[in-house]
Design a protein around this ligand. Structure first.
Ligand code: NDP
Length: 457
């Protein structure tokens, strides 16, 4: 596979990007999600490399693609029957050019180094786009929390933090949640960090509980931010979300709050899903019921259809055959394929925004772009979560806590800023309306300029 620079890329930049990508494949063998994330960024950087040859001379891309530090460690723990398990923990500290490493922890059996590196790489540019002083990192474990008791989750989190704590710090590396890591896990992780270090260092983790250093709106921020970004994209086309029909995938943290904000803005969300299948509810998802099943009961979406006669459960497949005006993939990477994109376009989709990280395959992105569908990549559309984490760090540092309304207004401002910077950067570099180009170049320039200023790092 090659990284084929897009048509706006001058030939000289082709000569830089192609061998560089080949070298990345050679040095990071088997890490297919990382390759995909790097390729998607490199393909769009041609115009900026042509205008800013100092980035090429300083080998900024080679440096950005190599994490500053990669940690892999053993996580032993015992289950409720006393049986011993051994999982693998990861933390990839990718870039500290703009601030302490910042990015979530994922607990899911699919986690491996390639997945953590793809997420960490994306995080560098996403965090830059927020305009906040945060670098990029990501971590997690191949631990599967499904079906585990609270006590087992706690013992796992304590063992994980027993190793990870020595690499963290409010000025060093600040993790948060991701798939499989929510408020409960952050609580157990924070408790163990505090116990080992004897420091009440609130700013070392974000997504904390509201009574002990957490920030209002953090829980809602990724989903809310994704819908705010979508509203900005539609606004730039003289349109709005009011009265629109929306398909959401997933039913975790991001999906639930994307549904909530979309409903607040007058849209009807007709789907949600988990890895067992999806529900379609033509009357609009009953969010109170969904929250009860997923947040309180940690149950499955199939239960939603059992309890709501208007809804139908479709097992074993994704939501994308359901007609909609706006699609918000909010579950996981590579969940929206070319055939799904073709179906969505056939059914008249107008905008797609990634609530999840890299949920849309490159072939599907191409289908949307060729059909003129407004497409927002995750590094822009789901940056509201990490931006609000940075607001949580700000509140921790000043020992203050802000109101919901104030914090939500800050989030809305940040999402507008990200939208506008992607939009204007895409125009400036000859790809108007292309949010992928805009997000990649705007994020890259901020990090690359900081690296140039900070010497050979
Ligand atoms: P949750 O664990 O809360 O929810 C994940 C959802 O996605 C669940 O419905 C889950 O279903 C589904 N899912 C996970 N893996 C798969 C899979 N392999 N196939 C099908 N469905 C799957 O995670 P979040 O909502 O926090 O995260 C969702 C996405 O958003 C991820 O890509 C994450 O990286 C991204 N993101 C999250 C942020 C945050 O603040 N939480 C910030 C920015 C991005 P099931 O229960 O069946 O596994």
């Amino acid at each position: 596979m090659t990284a084929t620079p897009d048509s706006a890329t001058p030939p000289a930049a082709h000569r830089v990007i192609e061998p560089l990508y080949a070298e990345i494949l050679r040095r990071n063998q088997g890490e297919k999600e990382f390759h995909q994330a790097v390729r998607e960024v490199l393909e769009t950087l041609g115009p900026v490399l042509a205008q800013r040859p100092e980035f090429v001379d300083a080998r900024i891309i080679e440096r950005i693609c190599e994490p500053e530090r990669q940690l892999i460690f053993r996580v032993p723990w015992s289950d409720d029957s006393g049986d011993i398990h051994v999982n693998r923990g990861f933390r990839v500290e990718f870039s500290s050019s703009l601030g302490p490493y910042k990015g979530g922890l994922r607990f899911h059996p699919s986690v491996n180094l390639g997945i953590v590196k793809f997420l960490g790489f994306e995080q560098i540019f996403k965090n830059a786009l927020t305009g906040m002083p945060i670098g990029g990192g990501k971590g997690g474990s191949d631990f599967d929390p499904k079906g585990r008791s609270d006590a087992e989750i706690m013992r796992f989190c304590q063992s994980f933090m027993t190793e990870l704590h020595r690499h963290l710090g409010e000025y060093t590396d600040v993790p948060a949640g991701d798939i499989g890591v929510g408020g409960r896990e952050i609580g157990y992780l924070f408790g163990q960090y505090k116990r080992i270090t004897n420091r009440y260092e609130s700013g070392v983790l974000t997504g904390k509980g509201l009574g002990w250093g957490g920030a209002l709106v953090r829980t809602e921020a990724t989903g809310y931010g994704c819908v705010m970004f979508t509203a900005e994209m539609l606004r730039s086309q003289g349109d709005s979300l009011d009265g629109r029909r929306i398909a959401v995938s997933g039913s975790g943290n991001v999906a639930i709050y994307a549904i909530e904000k979309a409903q607040q803005l007058g849209a009807t969300v007709v789907t949600c899903s988990d890895s067992d299948g999806y529900v379609v509810d033509e009357k609009g998802i009953d969010l109170a019921l969904l929250k009860e099943i997923k947040e309180a009961g940690r149950g499955r979406v199939s239960e939603y259809a059992e309890r709501r006669p208007e809804a139908r459960f479709v097992p074993g497949t994704g939501v994308w055959s359901v007609p909609c005006d706006v699609a918000l993939p909010c579950a996981t990477q590579n969940e929206l394929h070319e055939a799904d994109a073709l179906a969505l376009v056939r059914n008249g989709v107008k905008a797609v925004a990634e609530g999840a990280n890299m949920p849309t395959t490159p072939e599907a992105v191409r289908v949307f772009q060729e059909a003129g569908v407004a497409f927002a990549p995750g590094k822009a559309a789901n940056a509201g979560g990490v931006a609000t984490s940075a607001l949580e760090m700000q509140q921790n540092a000043s020992r203050d806590s802000w109101t919901f309304a104030h914090t939500e207004e800050r989030l809305a401002e940040i999402m507008r800023h990200i939208h506008d910077s992607c939009y204007t950067t895409a125009e400036r570099y000859g790809s108007p309306g292309n949010y992928v180009v805009g997000a990649n170049i705007a994020g890259f320039e901020l990090v690359a300029d900081a690296m140039l200023a900070q010497g050979l790092i």
